[in-house]
Ligand binder design. Structure first.
Ligand code: GLA
Length: 377
């Protein structure tokens, strides 16, 4: 039976009660799934791409069933894919994912209803290039949320209602949502989501939330919703990291301060790049950033040297030590992708690199250090 989340009084114990996938004899022979390792602590999730959801090659779907108990669509529920034209929706891949999650008793996070990126131009602009009015944009938002969140009511367990509304200094991003509607667009989105999906947990999701200024901005945003009596159940710390960031004390502080707001904390999109980051000042996940490929930015095309793999393992161990310590505040840790072969990190912020950011390698083999992430108590 799929877990139901009580969203009015959000209960962390309910959120963290786990789905259990029965193991086959084959599975037992190859060891425990990751989600079993963390049972009783938090769910372990991953993101699935459209080919992994719909494709003839079912290897990723099989691996997910064994190793994970939560899934997020990497792209197929984003506005530009699910609602490409004003009157036209494409639910094929999202429906397939919802069915796969239901059949395999996997927690399903809907990602994402309102975002500045990957939203088609027609949403914000008239044919002549001028901006639509506040009223028109609010209508589009309402129709989109009612249609998409309405369709998956009872199937999607939680929604990322608003994604990436903050600048690095914690102020509100000047996205078309903000400039056309005004700063109440976030309230509108959460209110609509709460009306449409009353039994679904509602999250705010962003990157670089370990940075003190951005953390403070997120806290202000959540408190503002709470002060107006608008339901927000949790916060997604995306977790697109590297070998030398984030500062783990700041990361831990964010978990503590977010939980103190009385909301659930999830790590929603974890990966750790081993590649050099071309621009230090913007390590988050701003997908508009594009840097030209150069050999020195792509050093491990022939395999990951053992010394770097050790650094990656150590980094994951340090990060999971923090997560395990705060398991009472965290309901889910989701990776952004299944294995190194198809991570977005191979293409961002430099297209065509060879990265190694996940726990499963290019052959979908679990990396040896994964066993060292387990909770000790
Ligand atoms: C952010 C978004 C995701 C995705 C990644 C890059 O983290 O939340 O939807 O676009 O960037 O794949």
């Amino acid at each position: 039976m799929k877990k139901m989340i009580t969203v009015t009084i959000l209960s962390l114990s309910l959120l963290s009660c786990k789905h259990s996938n029965p193991l086959t004899a084959d599975d037992r022979a190859t060891g425990q799934g990751l989600h079993e390792t963390f049972a009783g602590h938090f769910m372990i999730g991953t993101a699935l791409s459209e080919p992994q959801i719909l494709g003839a090659d079912s290897s990723a779907r099989k691996l997910v069933k064994k190793e994970f108990n939560a899934v997020t669509p990497e792209n197929v529920m984003k506005w530009e894919l699910i609602h490409p034209k004003p009157e036209s929706y494409d639910f094929v891949a999202a429906d397939a994912l919802a069915n796969y999650a239901a059949e395999n008793n996997l927690f399903l996070l809907g990602h994402t209803l309102v975002r500045h990126a990957m939203t088609p131009k027609w949403v914000f602009e008239k044919k002549d290039g001028s901006a639509v009015s506040r009223e028109v944009l609010l209508n589009y938002m309402q129709e989109h949320i009612r249609t998409v969140a309405g369709r998956y009511q009872g199937q999607v367990d939680a929604w990322d209602v608003v994604n990436e509304a903050l600048n690095e200094d914690g102020s509100l991003r000047e996205s078309p949502w903000y400039t056309i509607i005004g700063d109440d667009y976030i309230e509108r989105a959460f209110t609509l989501a709460a009306q449409t999906a009353p039994n679904t947990a509602l999250y705010y999701n962003d990157y670089n939330l370990f940075e003190p200024a951005k953390r403070a901005g997120a806290i202000k945003l959540i408190k503002r919703l709470q002060a107006k009596g608008i339901r927000v159940d949790g916060i997604g710390i995306q977790g697109h990291y590297g070998l030398d960031y984030p500062d783990l004390d700041e990361f831990e502080q964010s978990i503590i301060e977010f939980a103190a707001l009385g909301i659930d904390v999830v790590i929603s999109e974890l990966d750790i790049t081993v590649l050099p980051f071309p621009k230090k000042e913007n390590q988050g996940a701003d997908i508009s950033m594009k840097v030209k490929l150069k050999a020195e930015l792509n050093p491990y095309t022939k395999g990951l040297p053992a010394v770097i793999e050790r650094q990656l393992g150590k980094r994951y161990e340090e990060l999971f030590a923090v997560l395990n310590r705060h398991q009472d505040k965290i309901s889910r840790v989701s990776f952004w992708g299944v294995c190194d072969a198809n991570t977005w990190r191979n293409d961002w912020p430099v297209k065509g690199r060879t990265d190694y950011p996940l726990l499963f390698d290019r052959d979908m083999k679990k990396k040896p250090f994964a066993s060292r992430l387990a909770p000790t108590m």
